[in-house]
Design a protein around this ligand. Structure first.
Ligand code: A3P
Ligand code: EST
Length: 294
């Protein structure tokens, strides 16, 4: 194993936000990133449905052509802005190579977004997911994506999640700050639970936001192709093309469960009470609401 291999290591801190040291190393290029006016930014807190929304948008951009959407892995079709790691395509370099209109993925909190996106008045689609399912999904992701520090027990991880001591920091701050941004920017704020409940309606919502005509037939095709069952077996969408030294799908597949309410299979009664209490405190004064199940 060479020096450039991915090993578990503690997170660094970027302007107060816990983040992978590799990503911090690449930060100067990210901060200086030049957005194009027709870039579409896909923004999420990790484990909130980023890959699902990315695949959906690539399908909309390619008029529902499934074969075109299998042209490459999702992380190459929709470059991850701040991604910088050994043996992986760097986000900034990938973006420089792809023609407009580009889809750009980021997990950055609002205050860290490169200013160029605002200067160019780019459209943004944000997707949020209820924090209990995010925490569970993140716990399994910490195990399978080897860059993360050891997540410890579920109890330990939940405490860290609530305290914002995980990659990309506080979920609460992330969802609330982006929620406020929608008042002044061209931003569509979506929810994972809504996408689960009525994907057709959400596809139409997205199409309308983009000013794009999507026929009923095409919308149905997009919904089918982007269902959990289809994406799970699609190597262009399921991250299984990455080496197992980077992501070990035997520990936990990237496409793990894809449901709303899986936290109920994991939280103890005490953990749930503690989480609810903390949630209420953190979300006080915000009109942003989440459905913990559907
Ligand atoms: P689970 O771990 O709860 O299964 P992200 O893409 O932001 O990293 O989010 C990953 C989560 O979204 C995982 O959640 C994954 O299974 C789920 N997911 C991915 N594609 C999905 C789809 N088409 N439908 C529903 N959930 C999906
Ligand atoms: C993949 C998807 C995602 O939404 C977030 C992250 C963060 C950590 C990334 C991983 C990923 C993809 C694979 C890596 C990893 C850091 C090192 C590894 O190579 C880029």
């Amino acid at each position: 194993m060479g020096r450039e291999d991915i090993v578990r290591e503690e997170l660094g801190t970027l302007q107060g936000i816990p983040l992978y040291k590799w990503f911090i190393e690449g930060w100067p290029q990210v901060e200086a990133f030049q957005a194009r006016p027709d870039d579409l930014l896909i923004c999420t807190y990790p484990k909130s449905g980023t890959t699902w929304l990315s695949e959906t948008l690539d399908m909309i951009y390619h008029d529902g052509d499934v074969e075109k959407c299998k042209r490459d892995a999702i992380f190459n079709r929709v470059p991850f802005l701040e991604m910088n790691a050994p043996q992986m395509p760097n986000g900034i370099e990938l973006l420089a190579k792809i023609p407009s209109p580009r889809l750009v993925k980021t997990h950055l909190p609002v205050q860290l977004l490169p200013v160029s996106f605002w200067d160019q008045d780019c459209k943004v689609i944000y997707v949020a997911r209820n924090p209990k399912d995010v925490a569970i999904s993140y716990y399994y992701f910490y195990q399978m994506a080897k860059i993360h520090p050891d997540p410890g027990t579920m109890e330990e991880f939940l405490q860290n999640f609530m305290a914002g001591k995980v990659a990309y920091g506080s979920w609460y701050a992330h969802v609330k700050d982006w929620w406020e941004k929608r008042k002044e920017k061209r931003l569509l704020y979506l929810f994972y639970e809504d996408m689960k409940q009525d994907p057709l309606r959400e596809v139409q919502k997205i199409a309308q936001f983009l000013g794009k005509e999507v026929t009923e037939g095409m919308a149905a095709k997009i919904v089918h192709h982007t269902s959990f069952q289809e994406m799970r077996k699609n190597p262009a969408a399921n991250y299984e093309t990455l080496p197992s030294s980077v992501m070990d799908h035997n520990l936990s597949p990237f496409m793990r469960k894809g449901i709303a309410g899986d936290w109920k299979n994991h939280f103890t009664v005490a953990q749930n009470e503690c989480f609810d209490e903390h949630y209420k405190e953190q979300m006080k004064g915000s009109d942003l609401c989440f459905r913990m199940e559907i």
